[in-house]
Ligand binder design. Sequence first.
Ligand code: 5GP
Length: 191
Amino acid sequence: MSRVIVITGPSGVGKGTLIRLLRERLPDLGLSVSATTRDPRPGEVDGVDYHFLSEADFDRLVRDGAFVEHAEYAGRRYGTLRAELERRAGAGEPVVLEIEVQGARQIRATLPEAFQVFIAPPSGDALRERLVGRGTDEPGVIERRLGVAEQELAAQGEFPHVVVNDRLHEAAEELTALVQEALAGPGRLGA
Ligand code: 5GP
């Protein structure tokens, strides 16, 4: 289970967009589809954006040891399914996880060879503007996410690589270069 790339950082920082650009540049990268108990947003498709689960189903999977990591985030639960990783990383295919910080810490403990990148906003104000501007969350949810974001930002020093998402395309280039280097590097992620 090597060749795992973890992209973490606060909600609204642009992880999803950066991963989309990263995968356009490196099309062999697979993306792990997470499980969550939050409701689908308009346009989200079960099995594509997330596996949308009830609390009871999520609990059952936790008990069955089906998650490589899982965490509660702003009152909802999120987790990476072992089967998603095994299917891809087990076949030697590099796979990207887009997860919040608690999950990234768990991966650091259980899969220390995974390559971790923290995506940071240029400022706290920029993060608020993005969360409000993307219009996917209710005001109460945004406030909750901003509260969590403060704690997440405080954790960025734990991560060996930090990409500041100020100008999107420059950040995408920087992230791509880091991931390419990690995948080409001897021993660790390089097959
Ligand atoms: P959202 O509800 O905006 O899709 O996701 C909320 C947060 O949960 C984001 O920071 C996202 O990266 C994170 N997240 C998504 N999937 C997972 C997962 O499988 N595990 C963990 N720990 N966090 C996840």
